[in-house]
Design a binder for this molecule. Structure first.
Ligand code: PLP
Length: 387
């Protein structure tokens, strides 16, 4: 049976080229980057070379790069680190990843002030919305670049202008665009930026928080003063080397990857339109304001009966097609996605939603196979689609 993996927004496979570069640091070059002997110096040299490379790609200084255990930690460090240091009012969106929303809610539970904006139906936040929510006291805005469920893009440079005009720090979770778009912190105008290695064919458990020079953070993890006191703990050298190599490869191949992903997404849209007519709606804005790798579709009720998205997902899985219903971090519970509810979808439509997310190694044949199987599964589930 064919196996088609269309869940790259959840995670990507480790690129074999990345694995090769990581291997020596798991074997003979195992030194602790804080040790002064030869093996330690080798590890330190590797970590600092990675820091320089990542900084170079982001238009940042090496000292502004903090290596973390992933996107979740980087998001937490941005929010808690800034809020514990400065206090004040936080603004974020109801469509953010839980790695931002949960610390935001924790801040409110502690008595901190926060505004959680309701996004437009695309999932994006506009500069006007942000402007209206600012208070005298606002210290931090946290808005994601591409939404991980919908793919929709928030216009970060325009958001940054509003933040700059009011002297407010801007954090952006760019986990879903890092490795596809050329992210430059000066062009984006961000003060903090989150990346996660396993979304661009690097290892899991490796992330980056860019912290603009002069922005001080209260660390989440205190210890031996690593990462300039912003994140204690012995550096995970192999993971840092893996993340950096994966990022380099992604930047070299970014143009072709984006073209390829856009073609695959458009092909699936076209095939499904031909096969299913108007039996579904796209939650992904397909007019260009979206990342190229995500397609989020809600299947409409059949004869008034809502389609069961979980069932749809499991049936597709039996056919070898792996997709996601909502974000991977919330699957396992039958609650409809908080993002779909935030953009105004009702619970029944939200529960009948699939997210297809494409990767660099998917082929047109994968897309054709998926479209065929989806049509078959929908028919089996009783959806009355045109013959
Ligand atoms: N932010 C976004 C937008 C994500 O999609 C994810 C992963 O699902 C994360 C943060 C969390 O990153 P990590 O899995 O590296 O902790």
């Amino acid at each position: 049976m064919n196996k088609v993996y269309l869940d790259h927004a959840a995670t990507t496979p480790l690129d074999p080229r990345v694995f090769e570069v990581m291997l020596p640091f798991l074997k003979e070059d195992f030194g602790n980057a804080s040790s002064v002997h030869a093996l330690g110096r080798k590890a330190r040299h590797a970590v600092e070379a990675c820091r320089e490379k990542v900084a170079g790609y982001l238009g940042a200084e090496p000292g502004e790069i903090v290596f973390t255990s992933g996107g979740t930690e980087a998001d937490n460090l941005a929010l808690k680190g800034v809020l514990l240091e400065r206090g004040g009012h936080l603004i974020t969106s109801a469509a953010e990843h839980k790695a931002v929303l949960t610390p935001a809610q924790a801040w409110m539970q502690r008595g901190g002030k926060a505004t959680i904006l309701r996004p437009a139906t695309t999932g994006a936040i506009t500069p006007q919305q942000l402007e209206a929510a600012l208070t005298e006291d606002t210290s931090l805005v946290s808005l994601m670049h591409a939404n991980n469920e919908l793919g929709s893009l928030t216009p970060i440079p325009a958001i940054s202008e509003v933040c700059r005009a009011h002297d407010v720090l801007l954090h952006c979770d760019a986990v879903q665009t890092a490795g596809l778009f050329r992210l430059n912190v000066q062009v984006l105008g961000v003060d903090l930026l989150t990346l996660s290695g396993h979304k661009f064919y690097g290892p899991k458990g490796a992330g980056v928080l860019y912290v603009r020079g002069g922005v001080t953070l209260s660390p989440l993890v205190e210890g031996g003063g690593q990462e300039r006191g912003r994140r204690g703990g012995t550096e995970n050298v192999a993971a840092i080397v893996g993340l950096t190599t994966a990022f380099e490869l992604a930047m070299e191949e970014a143009n072709e990857r984006v073209l390829h992903l856009t073609r695959l997404r458009d092909r699936l849209c076209r095939l499904l339109r031909e096969a299913l007519g108007d039996k579904y709606v796209s939650n992904t804005p397909l007019d260009g304001d979206a990342a190229p790798h995500i397609l989020n579709l809600s299947f409409l009720p059949v004869d008034g009966e809502p389609l069961d998205g979980e069932m749809l997902l499991l049936n597709l899985d039996l056919e070898g097609v792996m997709v996601s219903a909502g974000s991977a971090c919330t699957s396992g519970t039958l609650e409809p996605s908080h993002v779909l509810l935030a953009i105004g979808r009702d619970r029944a439509v939200a529960a009948a939603t699939l997210r297809f997310s494409f990767g660099k190694d998917n082929t047109e044949a994968d897309v054709d196979y998926t479209a065929g199987k989806l049509e078959k599964v929908l028919r089996r589930m009783g959806a009355s689609i045109s013959p």
